[in-house]
Design a protein around this ligand. Structure first.
Ligand SMILES: [Zn+2]
Length: 392
């Protein structure tokens, strides 16, 4: 069974397990009904005009012409209704209003990927804890966090004991370890930094997310340290050390890593992480991302990233079918971190997290991290969010 078959099988099983017996009963009262939208839920292979009914904080029914009765109604005619978006690489915990800004974009779950190391992990943990949506942080292996001069340029900053202590202290909120490995971040220390991150992660049974691209060490050498459940972000980073060889073919070690359960994530960002010619080459090889993510920052809101739906639109315009685009921002992302398990779906009984998006036709410009422009005919815009059954 490959990963996709597993996802389908697993989610199929979940559907049967969660359908309550009362579904056949008539006079069901709902609190909220999202009416008339195009519901796309890849976890159920659903793409149809449907209503979504919510009771309390749970999805109660998805069907045609659900009677709203006394329920509150959101009119979603002409819009897409999809599971709440899950963004596994953001820096939403860097600023106080990060969580609410992301929520307005349809993001009902996020990971802060290593904004802080052990020294200041309580800062990002506090923001994640007070976020309206489920959120967790990755602790940067560099104990001082993201540094302009490079997080682990001084190898002493990759201190296993400090990271382990930070995890111990925040066990419920630290979902993994982030190792940024580019030459300007870790220099020639990349391999040893990752080895140390892995040492701390293994002891705590949490994943490592590596920031790949422009590393000193060859990518295969770094990938060899990754185990099932680990994440490679910035998968479209240009050379040196991208995921393709000079002939545009995916490195065999990259394919092997995916096969053993390592996730490959977009991590759009703004600097050095995504170039159109690399995206073209990788998609041509049909090595599709497991997950999309924004690498969201306040700066990214103003350019390139803008918001999660905008990042998703890039792949829509590169020819990826819309259900596949939605899958990578919902059900696939939900599998990566335990906090999101059971989310990223509109299954009956699932948490009632919903993103309402507008798919507009027109002429839109998308920019990679190198100032190269691409135009596209479609763009997704956030239109509304429901979190735990409550419209935002
Ligand atoms: Zn990042």
């Amino acid at each position: 069974m490959n990963r996709r078959q597993f996802v389908v099988a697993a989610s199929g099983a979940a559907v049967f397990a969660r359908i309550p017996r009362v579904l056949g009963a008539s006079a069901v009262k709902y609190d909220l009904v999202i009416k008339g939208g195009r519901v796309i839920d890849p976890s159920r292979k659903l793409d149809a005009i449907r209503d979504v009914a919510i009771t309390g904080d749970r999805i109660a029914a998805v069907g045609a012409n659900i009677s709203a009765d006394s329920a509150k109604v959101i009119d979603a005619h002409g819009k897409l209704v999809v599971p709440g978006l899950i963004d596994i690489h953001t820096h939403a915990a860097r600023v106080k209003d990060g969580p609410s800004l992301c929520l307005a974009d349809g993001v009902t779950g996020w990971i802060d990927a290593g904004s802080q190391g052990a020294d200041h992990i309580s800062d990002t943990v506090a923001i994640a804890k007070s976020a309206p949506q489920p959120a967790r942080v990755l602790v940067n292996i560099g104990h001082e966090g993201i540094l302009p001069g490079g997080d682990t340029m001084d190898l002493n900053r990759a201190d296993v004991a400090l990271v382990r202590a930070a995890i111990e202290k925040n066990r419920d909120m630290v979902a993994g370890i982030k190792a940024r490995l580019s030459q300007d971040v870790a220099g020639a220390n990349d391999f040893e930094v990752l080895r140390r991150a892995q040492e701390a992660a293994t002891a705590n049974k949490i994943p490592v997310m590596i920031h790949m691209g422009q590393t000193v060490s060859p990518l295969p050498k770094l990938l060899a340290l990754l185990t099932p459940g680990d994440i490679v972000t910035h998968m479209f980073a240009p050379p040196p050390n991208s995921i393709i060889d000079s002939n545009g073919h995916i490195l065999p070690e990259v394919i092997a890593a995916r096969r053993r359960g390592v996730f490959f994530d977009v991590g759009n960002g703004r600097v050095g992480h995504l170039r159109w010619d690399i995206v073209d080459a990788v998609l041509k090889e049909k090595f599709l991302p497991d997950t999309f993510s924004t690498d969201w920052t306040p700066e990214g809101r103003a350019e390139q990233v803008i918001n999660f739906p905008n990042c998703m639109s890039k792949f829509l315009n590169l020819g990826m079918p819309i259900d596949q685009v939605i899958a990578r921002a919902t059900v696939n992302a939900a599998r990566v971190f335990p906090v999101f398990h059971g989310r990223g779906t509109l299954n009956v009984g699932a948490p009632a997290d919903v993103a309402i998006l507008e798919l507009r036709e027109g002429s839109f410009e998308f920019v990679d991290n190198y100032g190269n422009k691409r135009s596209g005919k479609q763009r997704l815009f956030p239109s509304g969010t429901v979190l735990g059954g409550k419209p935002i």
